[in-house]
Write a protein that binds this ligand. Structure first.
Ligand code: ADP
Length: 445
């Protein structure tokens, strides 16, 4: 069972200094997030359920048993360490597994259990007595398709009769072949080719269609049209599932064009806040002074880990080599790394192999490393006009209720301009940022 990991390589990052000012593409960000985050994000907001079908009962389950899954599938779920359904799963799964099938549009932030939900639904709906593709899942990129395939393979570990096939770049099928696998996971372009040009499988026989990462999909040129082309050939009885981390107008329009009579469920993102965060600043005269401040702070980071944000790739790499020379174990993540390299840096950091991660804006938002207790702004975040970028500040420093614990933010200020930025941030959030003397860092604990 399962799917062999396809061959092919991940794309490289850019290689100019300017790249670091550019945020990662949505697809890259989504991928990094998936790889870095190994656990579920627990969101305290309530799920909103909007139903288009007034006859369908609204219910939710508190256990996986209550879903009456095939025993081997339930075993796979438990083997993955899932004890109880996540918030989104509680609500989505009864609809997804219902008979007759229900269509769904679901939105919740990354890390809340969407993938696990639809993969479970996909695996439950396979009829293993039939040897052709019945379930089709579209992902925006090669890497994201592989991530989903890996979850499916894990969950289906004990369902040895379910076969999965990737339809992604690098995968070849001989002409005139008919696919026998039950599940196809692929990118839109490759799926269009396989299904319509080469007729390796029949879209009208698909009973479950999943569109994952819809917001990333529409951000990618051509994917939306290809998704429509695929969609047009599906049977009217095909169950449609549509998942997205965000839900703006574009996504909503796409969703409504794809999914007839959906149950719509939404879990709003928890707001980040600076509550429970102690904010300090350190007065420095030069970049060397900033370095000394960092060294002193490094000496007292006894619990958890620290992240240091620099303005440019040059500063980040300077700081990283200087700290390394001084015998500190630091990790460096900046824009010139390939996606593979970024993943491996983040993996090592998450495992605690390094206590400090130095980075540029590539990591300013979207990626949470939960064990980080100290965030240092080696350079304060500014926009293109060099004014305070309060939103980025909040993303770097802020926490949501899920972390509960206290955090510490340290801002290094080295001239009038950065002092002005600091003041702007202070007044924007209405929270005082205290002066810290790093010769006497004991006071921060
Ligand atoms: P999303 O698709 O919303 O980003 P995922 O399905 O990838 O979320 O889940 C995020 C993380 O939480 C993954 O590491 C996944 O293995 C884990 N996870 C998912 N569902 C559960 C659950 N019910 N219990 C524990 N962990 C879970």
């Amino acid at each position: 069972n399962g799917a062999a990991t396809p061959t092919g390589s991940r794309s490289a990052g850019g290689d100019t200094e300017e790249e670091d000012k550019k945020p990662l593409s949505k697809a890259e960000q989504s991928l990094l997030q998936k790889v870095v985050r190994k656990g579920l994000i627990v969101n305290k907001n309530d799920i909103e359920v909007q139903r288009k079908d007034p006859n369908s009962p609204l219910f939710s389950v508190k256990t996986f048993e209550a879903l009456h899954l095939k025993p081997d599938l339930l075993k796979g779920v438990y083997e993955m360490g899932f004890n109880a359904p996540s918030k989104i799963q509680e609500t989505a799964l009864p609809f997804l597994l219902a008979n007759p099938p229900q269509n769904m549009i679901a939105q919740s932030q990354s890390g809340t259990g969407k993938t696990a939900a639809f993969v479970l639904a996909m695996l439950s709906k396979v009829d293993t007595s039939k040897h052709y593709p019945q379930v089709l899942c579209l992902s925006p990129t090669y890497e994201l398709a592989v991530q989903t395939g890996e979850v499916a393979a894990k969950m289906a570990r004990f369902c040895t009769d379910i076969d999965i096939r990737y339809a992604v770049r690098g995968e070849e099928v001989p002409r005139n072949t008919k696919l026998k696998e039950h599940i196809v996971i692929g990118t839109p372009g490759k799926v269009v080719d396989w299904a319509t040009k080469y007729k390796f499988f029949d879209l009208s026989k698909i009973t479950v269609f999943v569109l994952d990462e819809a917001d990333v999909m529409i951000a990618t040129q051509g994917h939306q049209d290809q998704s429509f082309r695929i969609h047009k050939q599906l049977s009217p009885n095909c169950q449609m599932m549509f998942f997205s981390a965000t839900y703006d107008k574009d996504v909503l329009e796409f969703a409504e064009a794809i999914v007839p009579n959906p149950v719509i469920i939404r879990l709003k993102r928890e707001e980040e806040s600076l509550d429970n965060i102690k904010q300090y600043y350190v007065m420095c005269r030069s970049i060397e002074d900033k370095y000394n401040a960092i060294s002193n702070i490094y000496g007292v980071v006894t619990i958890g880990q620290a992240m240091i944000f620099c303005d440019t790739r040059k500063t980040a790499s300077w700081l990283s080599s200087k700290m390394t020379q001084d015998g500190h174990a630091v990790a460096l993540l900046s824009g010139e790394l390939t996606v593979d390299q970024r993943i491996s840096v983040l993996d090592r950091f998450r495992e605690g192999k390094e206590k400090v991660l130095i980075t540029t804006n590539v990591l300013s938002r979207g990626i949470d490393v939960e064990q980080v207790t100290i965030v240092v702004n080696f350079d304060l975040p500014v926009d293109l006009q060099r004014r305070a970028d309060c939103e980025t500040y909040l993303h770097r420093i802020g926490r949501t209720g899920r972390f509960g614990k206290h955090g510490l933010a340290i801002n290094l200020v080295d001239n009038d301009a950065s002092m002005a930025v600091l003041k702007e941030i202070e007044s924007h959030f209405g929270k005082k940022i205290y002066l810290l003397n790093t010769d006497d860092v004991d006071e921060i604990e």
